[in-house]
Write a protein that binds this ligand. Sequence first.
Ligand SMILES: Nc1ncnc2c1ncn2[C@@H]1O[C@H](COP(=O)(O)OP(=O)(O)O)[C@@H](O)[C@H]1O
Ligand SMILES: [Mg+2]
Length: 263
Amino acid sequence: MGTASDNGILLQTADLTKHFGGLPALHEVRFSVRKGEVTAIIGPNGAGKTTFINCLTGVLTPDRGSMVFDGQELSGLPPHRIARLGISRTFQNLRLFPGLTVLDNVLCGLSAKAGDSLIEAFFRTPALRHRERLLRLTALEALDTFGLADYASLPAEGLSYGDKKRLELARAFVSRPKLVLLDEPVAGLNPDETERVGTLIRQMRRSGATLILVEHDMGLVMSVSDHVVVLDGGRRIAEGSPDDVRRNPLVLEAYLGKISLTA
Ligand SMILES: Nc1ncnc2c1ncn2[C@@H]1O[C@H](COP(=O)(O)OP(=O)(O)O)[C@@H](O)[C@H]1O
Ligand SMILES: [Mg+2]
């Protein structure tokens, strides 16, 4: 049997099912992500996209089904263990620490990796201080990449909405995760800011990350995705290349009167 590393598949779900009070938010979803690709998940509001991300990150426990990441079953693992395996995410509604500086927010993205022992932290050993300096440098480098270096020492709450969205990206990416889950990264952004995020997504992909992109902005989905999966009512109703999916009558029907696929 092939493993995740030799067939190019980084993540595979099968039969993934999650109900809320009897209503299916996800129903028997089979889904796979190829290493190094951007896989978009689209679908109308309530389709189950965020629920899918919440299952993958251990925030929700699926009723049944499997989620195999890099050869390991994720089902039943708590969020911090899943993060340590190399999966990070952004949130549809921003989840920054408003009172912390921009730099400290990004440092939070590295904490899963830091692994300091209590003894070291108590005595502030030279080894620990050295590691802290390296973490700071890594975080500053990420801020630079995401266009936020000038704001490093400011409180995150003072940033514009567009800068906050990019700060979430920086925090998700700073640990160099194997898989980054982006939940509506350009919602509420103007076209220029959207284009900027598109460029950053391509940059993350080029530097070796695999991405899952949940997004309504079809211009962005079509321009950055290798593969598109369509959910509706918790079911996978279609998948394929961006062009296949755009022309699929089932997809057009699911979206009819909801949002424009030609935007
Ligand atoms: N924590 C929850 N409790 C109850 N119902 C929920 C919860 N989270 C999501 N749902 C329901 O599950 C369905 C899918 O929601 P969601 O995954 O947020 O969709 P999407 O992100 O595609 O808009 C919706 O009907 C939503 O109301
Ligand atoms: Mg959602």
